[in-house]
Structures are given as structure tokens and as C-alpha cells.
Design a binder for this molecule. Structure first.
Ligand SMILES: NC(=O)c1ccc[n+]([C@@H]2O[C@H](COP(=O)([O-])OP(=O)(O)OC[C@H]3O[C@@H](n4cnc5c(N)ncnc54)[C@H](OP(=O)(O)O)[C@@H]3O)[C@@H](O)[C@H]2O)c1
Length: 300
């Protein structure tokens, strides 16, 4: 089968398509024929070595999968061959591959009205968005400030927060303001023209998808009961109001999210669809920091 692999850490040019043996189903695992995967910024950080939890290359990147079960390992009761699934897979054998080995407990049934591209755009971004709002205990009537709201995690977090009845304030470039208002944002701050700390205050929750000095600056706009949740390293420091979200597989939450998207209550924006032969180009786009919504990758 074809996979995207890399022999060394480095720029997008290290990504290459190679032949590899098709995975065999281990106990508790299934093998999924890939319908689509998607790019997350962590893929680029792993490729370059900025993040190292996959160890040394060679490895295959990718966490999101939508596809069809083709092999089932011992002890798997959730799925049979032919089932349509989607989910989040954290392995060194990755999802930038024609066939993906996945723990059965990391996958959910793919709703019939979600195509592969939409389903593949969801797992990491949507679970991170959902789990961040849970961690912050965001409640109806509260005010949330979402940084990098136009990106993969952000554009879903905006919609989840609005569905919870929160008032949603975002930071984004002006070109994304109309997009974010259509998704349910009440107020959008152009961070290139305005320092958000002067434009908003008394916020109940900040969801930080930028990091760095957005941490300490965000703490300054929190109200008395304020909570700050970040998906990125920031300078917020040790503070009881600070929590770090780490998106984790949850088939039950994915099923709920799939239903919301299938029912048209949440929209997934796909900025570009490329093939896995174009993985390097997809990484260049992701690293531009300008992707609106998600980048999706389909097989060669
Ligand atoms: N810890 C975890 O489990 C976890 C999970 C998922 C993601 N993350 C991290 O969370 C971050 C966001 O992920 P993502 O997938 O949403 O990224 P993404 O899709 O690549 O985000 C791109 C968006 O970021 C916006 N942006 C860039 N700089 C900004 C700034 N200074 N202020 C406001 N918006 C800015 C851009 O909008 P404009 O064009 O409007 O600037 C763009 O639309 C990444 O660092 C990622 O690694 C962590």
C-alpha cells in the first residue's frame, strides 16, 4: 500500500510517498481503508521535530481518519468489515496511508449523511473544541473569547459555544469576520488592528488557540469567575484559572458531533482538499497560519 513517510525531520519536502506493507489487524484493532484524512498543525510540528512524541523517523503522520473497516482483530465487538467509521488515531503508523490500523475504541460509526471529507475534518479539531469548552465548564449566558477562531478548532468552537447559549467574541483578521458571524460569533476583533485587551473585558472563558503572550494578555481580560483554557504553550504560568486542553479520542462525543453536523446544526468549513501526493503542499498551507477551517487529504 502507499503511505506518506519521512526518513528525517525537516521541512515539507521530507514527506514522500513510499510502499509499505498493509497493516494486519491486532487484537482490539481494526484496519480501515482510508476515505480521507485531514491536516492538523501538530502534524507539521511532528514533521519538523518541534514536537517529538512520535519518536524518531521513519513514521507516518496523521491523526484523523474517515474510511471503511476492511479487517477486524480478535476481541473487537464494535465493528465488522464493511462498516463506515471515523475517529482519532494516535500512532506512528498514522493516517496519511491507504490503510490505517486503529484501536476499535477510538472510532465511531460514520453517519450516512457525512461524506468522508467532512468526517475526516472533524475528529481532532472538533473533539479539542468540545473538550476545551467542557474543561472550561462554559455555561449559557457566559461570555467566551476565542483566539484563532477562524481555524480548524476555532470555527467549530465558535459554533459549539453559540449552541451552548454563550455570547461569543473572537479574534481574527478582517477577512474572516463575516465567516465567523455566519457561524454565530457576536463580536469579532481584528487582532491586526486592535489589541484585544483594550477591546474586551469581563470575559468568563478564554479559549486560546494561539499561545505565547496571548496567555498573560488573556488573563487580563478575565472577569472574577474567569477561566482560561489553552491548546497551546503560553506564558499564562501557574494560575488556578489556567487549564491546558489535550484533545483525546471519544467515540461517544464524536457520535454527538457527527449528529450535529449531519443535522446541519454545525458546519465544517473545508478550505482546501488535496491528495496525499500533495501532503507537502498541504503542510506549507497549514504553516502559513492562514487556513480557514480545515485542510482535507484524500488518497493518491
Ligand atoms: N492540545 C491539543 O490537543 C490541540 C489540538 C488541536 C489543536 N491544537 C493547537 O491549537 C492551535 C490551533 O489549531 P487549529 O487546528 O485550529 O489551527 P489552524 O487551523 O491552523 O488555525 C489557523 C487559523 O489561525 C488564525 N490565527 C493565526 N494567528 C492568529 C492570531 N495571532 N490571532 C488570531 N487568530 C490567528 C488564522 O486566522 P486569521 O487568518 O484570521 O488570523 C487561521 O484561520 C494549533 O497550535 C494546534 O497545534 C492543540
Amino acid at each position: 500500500m502507499k503511505v506518506v513517510s519521512q526518513r528525517t525531520l525537516g521541512g515539507p519536502e521530507v514527506l514522500e510517498t513510499v510502499e509499505a506493507p498493509r497493516p494486519a489487524p491486532r487484537a482490539g484493532h481494526v484496519v480501515v481503508r482510508l476515505g480521507a484524512t485531514s491536516v492538523n498543525p501538530v502534524d507539521c510540528k511532528l514533521r519538523s521535530g518541534a514536537v517529538t512524541f512520535l519518536g524518531e523517523p521513519p513514521f507516518t503522520l496523521g491523526f484523523d481518519v474517515s474510511g471503511t473497516v476492511v479487517d477486524v482483530g480478535d476481541g473487537v465487538t464494535e465493528f465488522r468489515s464493511g462498516d463506515e467509521v471515523f475517529g482519532m488515531v494516535h500512532t506512528r503508523t498514522g493516517t496519511y496511508a491507504e490503510y490505517v490500523a486503529a484501536r476499535a475504541g477510538s472510532l465511531a460509526p460514520r453517519p450516512a449523511n457525512l461524506d468522508h471529507r467532512t468526517a475526516a475534518a472533524l475528529p481532532t479539531a472538533a473533539l479539542t473544541a468540545r473538550q476545551a469548552l467542557d474543561l472550561a465548564d462554559l455555561r449559557a449566558g457566559e461570555r467566551i473569547l476565542i483566539h484563532a477562531a477562524a481555524g480548524g478548532v476555532g470555527h467549530l468552537a465558535v459554533q459549539f459555544a453559540a449552541l451552548r447559549g454563550a455570547q461569543v467574541v473572537c479574534t481574527a483578521r478582517a477577512a474572516n469576520h463575516e465567516f465567523l458571524r455566519e457561524l454565530g460569533a457576536d463580536e469579532v476583533i481584528d487582532y491586526t488592528a486592535t489589541d484585544f485587551t483594550t477591546a474586551v473585558g469581563d470575559v468568563d472563558v478564554v479559549l486560546d488557540l494561539v499561545g505565547g503572550d496571548y496567555g498573560s494578555r488573556s488573563l487580563r481580560v478575565l472577569g472574577p469567575e474567569g477561566r482560561y483554557v489553552t491548546a497551546q504553550q503560553s506564558d499564562a504560568g501557574e494560575d488556578p484559572r489556567v487549564a491546558l486542553v489535550s484533545g483525546a479520542p471519544s467515540p461517544a462525543q464524536l457520535e454527538e458531533i457527527g449528529e450535529l453536523v449531519g443535522a446541519g446544526r454545525v458546519r465544517v468549513h473545508i478550505d482546501r482538499e488535496l491528495t496525499l501526493a500533495e501532503a507537502g503542499q498541504a503542510h506549507r498551507l497549514s504553516e502559513s497560519g492562514r487556513v480557514r477551517g480545515k485542510l482535507v487529504l484524500t488518497p493518491w
